[in-house]
Design a protein around this ligand. Structure first.
Ligand code: UT7
Length: 335
């Protein structure tokens, strides 16, 4: 039976590092508060003055690295799936921009998905369906974000500003016939009743004009979050989704070699680890270095785990996400 395997991965983060102390010079916050409440020590930002880059630029670099590791060329890509909440433009989506940047041949489809922190899991489940049906062979799945150009560097927006970072990561997915290898299950969910709990209201098609000077003065074009409620749902929805993919394979948390949760908050990851009764070393965390990179966060953490030997061929890896929408999901992979 055909299964979907990860054939290669790559990631890219901009060089510029912004520490908590750097932020505390701009807004009323402190290294102590940020580390205590989130675990974050630093994040990477695009150096906008030196080299402006959009999410598609980061995504293209991560995508190129993933193609190289997979040992395939741009001409072998059958479909691009691209996840972001920070696209370069209102339209077209970044998928086609990456296609042009990587010189992936004309005619190859590019699918943009808007599932925020769950984007990579949603993308995996779409890719899996296409691969299992035999519609496409090599799928380039990219998660990429440039948050830094859209954050409010004022005390008002500090809860959101301190958590986000820029970055991109990608995976090449393709079919394998190797028994027991590859994506075993994915599950994806949403509950739109909570759409306003974490959102960026402007610009929007519901308004004419789509954004006004007053909106900008009010900071309505910055992300807004009810952090406590997001936190509360994240710590129950992610374990639920994890249990769902495990149950679908007659497995339990103790079978997991490494859990790679969306890097939203170190406290969220630790609560999930305790709920599932996993030892801390079985949970991958890199939020300390990168902050929350939304659609890039899971593949960035997974690729780092692969590079450090914490996720090895044959290991059972569980991915879990929760984010704006609300959207959430999980995936189980035998590497
Ligand atoms: O990836 C998408 C999903 N996103 C998430 O999963 C985020 C989930 N939420 C969280 O991670 C947390 O809610 C935050 C880290 C965003 C906030 O932490 P919290 O412990 O929930 O803090 P809070 O919002 O309840 O605020 C506590 C206090 C408030 O002050 P008062 O009202 O108690 O005087 C805030 O004004 O902390 C204040 N505060 C800050 N202080 C210093 C909020 N942000 C900051 C800050 N620096 N950056």
């Amino acid at each position: 039976m055909t299964q979907t395997a990860i054939l290669g991965m790559g990631h890219y983060v901009p060089e510029k590092i912004v520490t908590n102390d750097d932020l505390s010079k701009l807004i009323e916050t402190s290294d102590e508060w940020i580390q205590q409440r989130t675990g974050i020590k630093q994040r990477h930002y695009v150096d906008f003055e030196k080299e402006p880059m959009g999410a598609s630029d980061l995504g293209a670099k991560a995508g190129a690295a993933a193609l190289e590791e997979a040992g395939i060329t741009k001409d072998d890509v059958d479909l691009i799936i691209y996840a972001t909440l920070s696209p370069d433009k209102f339209f077209p989506g970044d998928g086609v921009l990456v296609q042009a940047k990587l010189d992936i041949p004309a005619g190859v489809p590019a699918l943009d998905i808007r599932n925020q922190c769950s984007g990579f899991i949603y993308g995996l489940s779409i890719a899996d369906a296409f691969i299992k049906c035999g519609t496409y062979k090599n799928i380039l799945l990219i998660g990429s974000e440039v948050h830094s150009t859209g954050l409010e560097f004022e005390t008002r927006g500090r809860d959101v500003t301190v958590i986000f970072g820029d970055g991109a990561a990608a995976a090449v997915l393709g079919p394998t016939q190797e028994e027991g290898k590859g994506l075993l299950s994915t599950t994806i969910h949403a509950d739109g009743r909570f759409a306003d709990e974490l959102h960026c209201p402007y610009p929007g098609s519901k308004m004419m004009p789509r954004i006004t000077e007053e909106n900008i003065r009010n900071g309505d074009h910055y992300p807004q979050m009810n952090g406590r409620n997001v936190f509360k749902h994240a710590v129950s929805r992610m374990p639920e989704a994890i249990m769902e993919v495990l149950a679908a394979n007659d497995l339990t948390p103790s079978d997991i070699d490494l859990l790679v949760p969306h890097q939203a908050n170190l406290r969220i990851s630790e609560m999930i680890q305790r709920r599932l009764e996993l030892p801390p070393e079985k949970v991958m965390n890199n939020i300390q270095k990168y902050g929350n990179t939304t659609a890039a966060s899971i593949p960035l953490a997974l690729n780092q785990a692969r590079q450090e030997g914490r996720a090895k061929p044959g290991d059972l890896i569980c991915l879990a996400a929760f984010g704006a929408g609300f959207t959430w999901g999980a995936a189980l992979i035998r590497l």
